[in-house]
Design a protein. Structure first.
Lengths: 285, 373
């Protein structure tokens, strides 16, 4: 491989993060928080598609992949909802306005919002899985007239773990979006549905033959949701899931996120279920 | 085809050095033939060979003074193109934030002397990984563009070689600057040389060469044909992607896992394995931070860690991932097999697990499949 030109120096290093300023850090639940970031440099935040993710770096601590959870119609800021579960995410939790983080991205595939035109949409999420789907909800609501029936089914562990409570209320009051929420464990002040998210599926109104489903949550939850959707006579090629694996580089070099032949970082994280069905049931893939 | 006499071989070192190359090649260290910086011909393992078998590697004396009378050892060229530990960037606190400086050192020009055909194939595989996709790794690319490849044709394959099965040897063909074939005929010791690029041609033009006579080509052909017929191992690669994709639950994975120590030796020795991790470090003042990239292996438990647990907890899961990736999913990812038949994973496996035998065992025990419609 000879040097074809003098362009070597101009090869962009995809491993180098860009500085972003924390504008706001907002507590969502006891362990989840939402960061609003603005680029420190003048050249703006990169456009993203619903379902994509960024690598976020805390100085001297490390880097984690986090899905983008903001509204794609407001691309001037980056919004990330994060659950504090490890060293880097706990360090992120401690940041406040004015602090700087490094950002690489956006990376990965997107929810098929365009394919949903003229169809019904059912979104089924569990826990923090609502975060990567919020951009899709926003985008669909921005072109609501192009979509048929629209259902958002959401399962949280307890009422206290419900993300975006206020916004869920607003969406519900739109009257053109069926919002159904269930919790695994109720407290005394909960008057809603109790049970796993799959029990909401048969309550939602959509035409299984003409629907796009977008599913995100723990793998075990997605397994049962997909089963239930198929039981409702949805076709496998109309179901989309978002997968998670360990990730170090986000650009297909580190090998950690392999899922069969797929690199979750560039072929995913959003997959058409029919494309990964053969892997989905396998253990330790 | 040209001829370089053994007593002029040092001239190749001189010319490469005068052209500004740091010469890397085989040398004897710690009872193994490894790739390292070479000063001159005297650093080559003259008169040495190796013996290889599953879980076994030994060097021993030859009864001639061949310079390249062995095959591949525990190191591979990836060590120089994709270093085991590499700084990607550093960051310095500045005001409330920090400034990131990409690592932009221009690497020294390197000449790889003694690259085997399987290794040329391995370099081509890594070129696809790091430079052939939507993202390019500038660190690999910069090094790669400054490398001169002087290949050596393999005349004496060893016990764990199977390049013929993987269609990568024993003759070094494409993607090289220079190729050599070592010839020893009684007292006469010389090399056939060919150039494979303009750069190679330039080097050749500065060497004291003779033209090869008619008939000498036949000698080389015969030597390499003999090598082709003496592969230590063979792998039936017919439809191998389907074979492995169809057998994620084959009992052979359990058998391999009973022997596999999950030690990662195979992945470190493999010339195509590319997995890495990153290490973010900071100094004691907390003012300076760096990101380093280090070789990693799918055989480690933490490789597959995500919140909630490790995806591949069992050795079976990890061995299956490695072998299925190497021989099957690699093809979907990069349009080529990840295995070049060099045999390193077999020789350097402390348990002597043999990838060719594993494939054979899975293939031998297939339920009769209905013809696909």
């Amino acid at each position: 491989m000879r040097k074809e030109s003098h362009l070597v120096e101009e090869t962009v290093d995809p491993m180098v993060p860009r500085p972003f300023v924390v504008r706001e850090s907002r507590e969502e639940t006891r362990d989840a928080f939402t960061l609003t970031l603005e680029p420190q440099e003048a050249n703006g935040a990169p456009a993203f598609e619903p379902g994509q993710f960024n690598m976020i770096y805390v100085f001297g601590v490390g880097e984690v992949p986090v899905s983008i959870s903001g509204d794609p119609r407001q691309p001037e800021v980056l919004v990330h909802t994060v659950r504090a579960v490890g060293g880097v995410t706990r360090a992120l939790q401690k940041l406040g306005p004015g602090d700087i983080v490094g950002v690489r991205g956006p990376f990965g595939s997107a929810w098929p919002v365009d394919k949903a035109k003229g169809k019904d949409v059912v979104i089924v999420t569990g826990g923090i899985g609502l975060a990567p789907l919020r951009p899709a909800v926003c985008q669909i609501l921005g072109q609501r007239e192009k979509i048929g029936k629209f259902a958002l089914l959401y399962g949280a562990r307890t009422p206290k773990d419900i993300l975006y409570r206020e916004q869920l209320g607003q969406w519900r009051s739109n009257l053109d979006l069926q919002v159904r929420v269930t919790v695994d464990n109720a407290t005394r002040d909960w008057y809603g549905t109790v049970g796993v998210v799959t029990i909401l599926i048969h309550k939602a109104r959509f035409d299984p033959a003409n629907t796009i489903a977008m599913v995100c949550g723990p793998e075990i939850m997605m397994r049962f949701v997909v089963q239930e959707l198929i039981k409702e006579r949805m076709r496998e090629q109309d179901i989309y899931i978002s997968m998670e694996r360990n990730m170090k580089c986000a650009v297909g070099f580190c090998g950690h996120c392999q899922y069969g032949p797929n690199f979750i970082c560039k072929d995913g994280p959003v997959f058409r279920f029919s494309d990964v069905r053969h892997l989905f049931g396998l253990r330790e893939i | 085809m040209k001829i370089l006499e053994r007593n002029n071989f040092h001239r190749l070192f001189d010319v490469l050095k005068e052209s500004g190359f740091d010469i890397i090649g085989p040398t004897l260290q710690d009872q193994a033939i490894v790739y390292d910086h070479l000063e001159g011909v005297e650093d080559l393992p003259e008169g040495w060979t190796d013996e290889q078998a599953p879980g076994k590697y030994r060097v021993k004396k030859r009864n001639d003074k061949a310079l390249f009378g062995y095959v591949v050892g525990p190191t591979s060229w990836k060590k120089f193109l994709y270093p085991p530990r590499q700084k990607l960037w550093s960051a310095q606190k500045a005001g409330s934030g920090f400034e990131v400086a990409a690592e932009e050192g221009v690497p020294q020009k390197m000449a790889f002397l003694g690259v085997r055909s399987c290794e040329l194939a391995a370099i081509a595989v890594q070129d696809k990984i790091f430079c052939g996709g939507s993202f390019v790794d500038p660190h690999y690319k910069k090094r790669r563009e400054n490398v001169f490849l002087a290949a050596v044709n393999c005349a004496e394959p060893k016990g764990t070689c199977f390049c013929v099965s993987m269609n990568t040897g024993p003759r070094a063909l494409g993607g090289l600057d220079l190729s050599l074939t070592e010839m020893i005929e009684g007292e006469r010791h010389y090399f056939f040389l060919r150039s494979g690029s303009a750069e190679g041609e330039k080097v050749l033009s500065r060497l004291p060469l003779k033209d090869a006579e008619g008939g000498q080509q036949k000698k080389e052909d015969a030597l390499l044909e003999e090598a082709r017929r003496h592969m230590g191992r063979a792998m039936d690669t017919r439809d191998i992607k389907r074979l492995l994709y169809d057998n994620p639950d084959h009992p052979q994975w359990d058998k391999a896992a009973e022997r596999c120590l999950s030690c990662a030796n195979c992945t470190m020795a493999c010339p195509t394995c590319f997995c890495s991790t990153v290490e973010d470090v900071s100094d004691l003042t907390g003012e300076h931070a760096e990101r380093w990239r280090k070789w990693d292996s799918c055989f480690s438990l933490e490789f597959s860690y995500i919140h909630g647990g490790n995806v591949r907890q069992s050795t079976k899961g990890r061995y299956r991932q490695w072998m299925t990736h190497k021989l099957a999913s690699w093809q979907d990812q990069f349009g080529t097999s990840g295995c070049v038949g060099c045999g390193r994973c077999i020789s350097w496996c402390p348990a002597g697990i043999d990838i060719t035998e594993e494939v054979k065992a899975i293939r031998a025990d297939q339920p009769a499949r209905a013809e696909s419609p």
